[in-house]
Ligand binder design. Structure first.
Ligand code: TXA
Ligand code: MG
Length: 311
């Protein structure tokens, strides 16, 4: 156990804020049992108090203590995907207080696999409330530098863990009421989740629990961003020229100064997406044009984040 992890756990016990790497994005952590610590967390993010947060644990046994009912489906998903980029919403136990659930009767639980997150969660022992470590509504951080950019002095310690491997937030499955609902798509595909569950998922549009990831404009750069079909890209650039920044699959166009070429593999695209959006956001252009990714199911999570970034 490194001295830094011990110090991080001490800060959490004292009610402080520790940003830490996970395989999805960096989280801003606080003791999930402390009302004062969670209040500081919301203040640092400038996040509305009625938005629930995900509580993180070292393993499923600890996580399920925060649920009063663990349906068979939750056990299956936990056995298959934890530790990993999946969050489960279950009926809360008495351990999950109103200040982490936003007053709802459910709790979001996650067991990350990143070694630094695992070390911190083991050393701390309890549940760590951790939304993505960005300002409310902005693009999630995938490096420690992104966290410092957004939150700076509001955080007591930022643990370094390299660039996040997955790059987009965990998939969220709500198992708190009958049919399982996919609240947020992630790296783990719908097909994989349904296979492990032995059951179909209901899409989130037919249910409406409160979750900030479902708000219209979210995960968004400050610069206006727009999705364009591949065949429209050339026309858009011709009309606007150097006034735009572009995120696309194709090679850079001479007329555009700020261009990031993205991988054609959805996993590698997701990994690079938020850092790319931050970079283009910093270019000082009036508009970011984003070439629409393919319609295939494997692009669902990327399409979801792009839709929110451009809403
Ligand atoms: O990958 C992730 O999940 C990252 C890392 C840090 O673990 N965390 C993350 O947290 O994305 P945050 O707070 O940025 O997003 C949490 C999402 C929000 O959409 C929130 O509303 C939803 O989870 N959520 C939390 N509790 C919920 C609940 N009880 N019912 C429904 N949605 C819930
Ligand atoms: Mg977030």
């Amino acid at each position: 156990m490194s001295a830094e992890i011990r110090r991080a756990a001490e800060i959490l016990r004292a009610g402080g804020l520790v940003a830490f790497p996970t395989e999805t994005v960096y989280g801003l952590g606080a003791d999930a049992s402390s009302a004062a610590a969670v209040a500081r967390l919301y203040a640092a993010k400038q996040r509305p108090a009625d938005h629930p947060v995900i509580v993180h644990f070292a393993d499923a046994a600890h996580a399920f203590e925060w649920a009063r009912e663990v349906p068979e489906g939750a056990r299956r998903l936990a056995a298959r995907f934890w530790p990993g980029p999946l969050t489960l919403v279950l009926k809360r136990s008495a351990k999950a207080k109103d200040f982490v659930t936003g007053g709802q009767d459910t709790i979001a639980l996650r067991v990350p696999v990143h070694p630094v997150a695992q070390a911190l969660l083991r050393e701390f022992g309890g549940g760590v409330a951790a939304p993505s470590a960005n300002l409310y509504g902005r693009v999630s951080p995938t490096t420690a530098a992104h966290v410092r950019e957004d939150l700076g002095a509001a955080v007591d310690l930022v643990l370094e863990g390299g660039p996040s491997e997955v790059g987009i937030e965990s998939a969220i499955v709500d198992l708190s009421s009958g049919a399982p609902v996919l609240l947020r798509p992630g790296k783990i595909g719908i097909g994989e989740i349904e296979k492990a569950l032995g059951q179909k998922l209901v899409s989130k549009t037919t249910a409406s629990p409160r979750h900030s990831g479902g708000l219209e404009r979210h995960y968004a750069p400050r610069t206006r961003a727009r999705l364009v079909a591949p065949h429209e890209l050339d026309r858009e650039i011709a009309a606007r020229g150097a006034a735009v920044a572009v995120l696309a699959f194709s090679r850079p166009d001479e007329r555009v100064d700020f261009w990031i070429r993205m991988p054609r593999d959805p996993g590698r695209y997701a990994q690079r997406l938020y850092a790319a959006l931050r970079e283009l956001d910093g270019a000082g252009c009036g508009l970011i044009l984003i070439e629409s990714p393919p319609e295939e199911a494997e692009w669902a999570a990327v399409r979801d984040r792009l839709a929110k970034a451009t809403a």
